[in-house]
Design a protein around this ligand. Structure first.
Ligand code: BTN
Length: 325
């Protein structure tokens, strides 16, 4: 219903202030009765509101994930053509894959307030308290040629770093190969790219976890974790972070599709503090120690090993990167 959407938009677009019923009715061009009906419907769909007898009504932040608020004026043509938000799923990557088997769903975005069994790389868990963070998967299938896993992993990490900065302000988000986004050395986001294939059909799921309102429970993660609100304050809005990331993902996926990997490489490396540093990488159970020379969008980390060899380590198989060694 159009007036329900309009009332939601008005409330969302006024982060701190209240709206009186009269004001909402005027701005949404509907009756006071329709405003009351809209507010009731929005509450029923989970939007929490504060009601003041003198000031009116406002949305309580963080605003619940809402497809309309994410899709509206997004300005992308591919990523986010369709957005679905769930209260709870096992893993958004699995839900996106399931949708991909059912029908053509290129650009589909799946979000959840909570995951029962969120996955990180290398079989690790991805933990996130309900309703605080971004748990998102994007399905990609209509690329002109198979998307190189390596390139899409780093494109997604770059999109997350840039999307966060667009939404929150410049912060110098760093990238740590293969897929971590860091703020002041703390991990704020991670990317898990999965390829699904059945006979002739194949697609890529880009899973993105961003800590916005809360870090994972202490003691449950091995790396130093942080969250956006710790750096930018409580007014960081998840929906804006999601929109920022989707726009940047559209840009970088099209760069990969177009084969312009140099620009991806340059933008990625300019945010990476690992280049020329000593690192230890474990890949396929083998420990490599040396100096990180480069990150290549097709072959992965280029490492000059202490034993004189130069090796290429693909992101998919790197199980541990410690820097400095
Ligand atoms: C990592 O840093 O290890 C990658 C973490 C990826 C987590 C996201 S959350 C949304 C999507 N669904 C999952 O189960 N995992 C990814």
């Amino acid at each position: 219903m159009e007036h329900v959407r309009k009332v939601l938009e008005l409330l969302y677009d006024r982060p701190a202030g209240f709206f009186s019923t009269d004001e909402l009715a005027r701005a949404a061009a509907c009756s006071r009765g329709q405003v009351a009906e809209a507010l009731q419907q929005l509450r029923q769909t989970g939007h929490a509101m504060e009601i003041s007898p003198t000031e009116g009504v406002r949305l309580i932040r963080p605003v619940r994930l809402d497809p309309h608020l994410i899709e509206r004026r997004l300005g992308t043509s591919r990523i986010g053509r369709s957005v679905i938000c769930f209260e709870e799923v096992a893993s958004t990557n699995d839900v996106a894959a399931e949708a991909g088997w059912q029908e053509s769903a290129d650009g589909l975005v799946v979000l959840a307030e909570w995951q029962r069994s969120g996955r990180g790389r290398q079989g690790r868990q991805w933990l996130s308290p309900a309703g605080e963070n971004v748990l998102m998967s994007v399905l990609l299938e209509a690329s002109p040629r198979p998307l190189p896993h390596e390139a899409i992993t780093i494109a997604a990490g770059l999109a997350v770093a840039e999307g966060i900065e667009t939404a929150c302000g410049p912060m110098g988000c760093e990238l740590k190969w293969p897929n971590d986004v860091l703020i002041e050395h703390g991990k704020v986001a991670g990317v898990l790219v999965e390829l699904r294939r059945r006979e002739e059909r194949r697609f890529v799921i880009v899973g993105i976890g961003i800590n916005v309102g809360a870090s994972p429970p202490i003691g449950e993660v091995d790396a130093r974790a942080t969250h956006l609100a710790a750096h930018f304050g409580d007014m960081v809005e998840r929906i804006e972070v999601i929109r920022g990331v989707l726009r940047k993902l559209e840009k970088w996926v099209s760069v990969v599709d177009g084969g312009e990997l140099d620009s991806l490489h340059d933008a990625w490396v300019s945010r990476c503090g690992m280049i020329n540093q000593r690192v230890t990488v474990i890949s396929d159970g083998v420990r490599h120690i040396g100096r990180a020379l480069d990150v290549n969008p097709l072959v992965g980390l280029v490492l000059s090993c202490d034993d004189g060899r130069c090796v290429h380590i693909p992101a998919e198989r790197a199980s541990l990167v410690v820097s400095p060694a």
